[in-house]
Design a protein. Structure first.
Length: 476
């Protein structure tokens, strides 16, 4: 007698569990999809924040801007010049008689750089005092530790007395040179000596050509470097001299070659004097004019940053064909409106020419900003103060609005999405934990069922065999 089997064999536990788990994972998959969308928004806001921050920086750079000044010099062999923004436009005729010079002195000869200078046989310490012009005199002690030409050079340089000392080898002999740090006729060098160390300088013995007195000098020199008055054991190689120039026919003298108090806002740097000053002087023309380069560069930076932000906004919003990551976002729409208002808002009290269009700044229907430099130049030429005032008003207003996006609006939106993502991730962890438990339970359940079916299959086989035997035994 034939009997149908309860099961044809063991079941595919893995396949059954995997299919059931796919159904169980649907809530987790939905959360993962939502998390991905929020992560995209977070990334979008990070991009937007970077772009708006760059725009704000370019706007901040325009605060306090002014129309610059340029200065030209017709012959830079005699002088160069620089101008600040406070310089007044104008043309000036200059002549350079002579440039300022620093006094230089040199000593008599010494056999070597290590030769003793002072005679310390009767006193162990001697003094020298160095003074430049009306400056403070600096006292230097000479003793056995520094009583050589090299030692005295180093002591002078260390003393910061307003002179620099050096040793020059002249053939087989050596000389000490002294050069004043400051130029100008009044910056003459005095070297006073106290050889007996009694506190009194310039005694007769302190002025002779022996011992430390070989470096003594308190003299007025002629133009040919001869001594006009006083005494000096040092010779003059270059006299202290003021710079003398003539500007628009007025002769002036200054102690230095850098002169900033002659033409307002202009610094002159004298290079050389004119040997023909007295007979046929070379006239150098110094012209101060407006320089719009710096202002144009900053406005160009604004245009570039503005267009970068506009492009980011448009990309994140999307269009009719492609939906952007932040499509419909209120913050993004507000920012777009603020960007558009940049060129339409009034920045001047005048009834007309009060928007940035007056300066040549306009945007097309796509929001792309551009600058007409010819129009900007014309506006500056017509009224530079108005241009500066409008730009500063714009920068102050626009910077304030952008600061709200950089410091508040965008970070708040980004933080909100990040908080949401954290909540979703916690939910995902909870679901994943539950899914692990569920999968274990399903595997246990279907493994038990598989075992039961195997047992039933074995019993079915046994009964079939017994029924076959019984049938044969009875002749069935």
């Amino acid at each position: 007698m034939a009997t149908s089997g309860v099961s044809s064999g063991s079941i595919d536990v893995n396949t059954i569990v995997e299919q059931l788990m796919q159904i169980e994972r649907k809530p987790l998959t939905a959360l993962k999809t939502k998390e991905t969308a929020y992560q995209a928004k977070i990334s979008a806001y990070a991009t937007l924040l970077s772009s708006v921050s760059a725009l704000k920086s370019s706007v901040s750079a325009l605060k306090g801007v002014s129309v610059g000044k340029a200065v030209s010099v017709s012959d830079t062999a005699y002088l160069t010049a620089t101008a600040s923004s406070t310089a007044l436009k104008g043309t000036y005729a200059l002549n350079v008689k002579q440039i300022a010079k620093a006094q230089s002195l040199y000593s008599g000869t010494f056999a070597s750089a290590t030769e003793a200078v002072a005679d310390l046989s009767s006193v162990t310490t001697q003094k020298m005092k160095i003074q430049v012009g009306s400056g403070t005199a600096v006292e230097i002690t000479v003793d056995s530790s520094n009583n050589t030409l090299t030692g005295i050079r180093d002591a002078i340089n260390t003393a910061n007395a307003g002179v620099s000392a050096a040793i020059v080898q002249d053939g087989s002999v050596y000389r000490l040179t002294l050069s004043a740090s400051a130029t100008g006729a009044s910056s003459t060098i005095k070297v006073l000596v106290d050889e007996d160390n009694n506190g009194t300088y310039e005694e007769p013995a302190d002025q002779d050509a022996t011992g430390l007195s070989r470096l003594a000098s308190n003299a007025v020199f002629n133009a040919d470097n001869s001594i006009a008055s006083g005494y000096s054991q040092l010779s003059q190689s270059q006299g202290a001299q003021d710079a003398i120039i003539k500007i628009n026919g007025l002769e002036l003298s200054r102690a230095a070659n850098t002169i900033s108090d002659v033409i307002s806002g202009v610094t002159l740097n004298l290079v050389k004097g004119d040997p023909n000053y007295a007979t046929n002087p070379a006239t150098i023309t110094v012209a101060v004019s407006d320089d719009n380069t710096a202002l144009k560069n900053k406005l160009a930076g604004l245009v570039s940053a503005y267009n970068g932000t506009t492009s980011a906004v448009n990309s994140l919003r999307g269009n009719a064909k492609t939906k952007g990551v932040l499509a419909g976002d209120a913050t993004l729409l507000s920012l777009k409106n603020d960007l558009r208002s940049l060129t339409t808002k009034s920045y001047s009290a005048s009834a007309s020419d009060n928007t940035l269009a007056y300066l040549g700044l306009t945007h097309d229907k796509s929001g792309v900003l551009s600058i007409d430099t010819a129009k900007l130049d014309a506006a500056i030429a017509a009224d530079p103060d108005k241009v500066v005032s409008m730009i500063n008003a714009m920068a102050t207003d626009f910077e304030s609005r952008l600061a709200q996006y950089v410091n508040s609006y965008i970070p708040a939106r980004k933080d909100g999405y990040e908080s949401t993502v954290k909540t979703i991730q916690k939910q995902e962890l909870n679901i994943e934990s539950r899914l692990s438990v569920t999968e274990v339970a399903l595997r246990k359940k279907y493994s038990s069922l598989d075992s039961l079916l195997s047992q039933l299959q074995s019993t079915s086989t046994y009964l079939t065999q017994q029924m076959d035997k019984l049938s044969k035994a009875t002749g069935g």
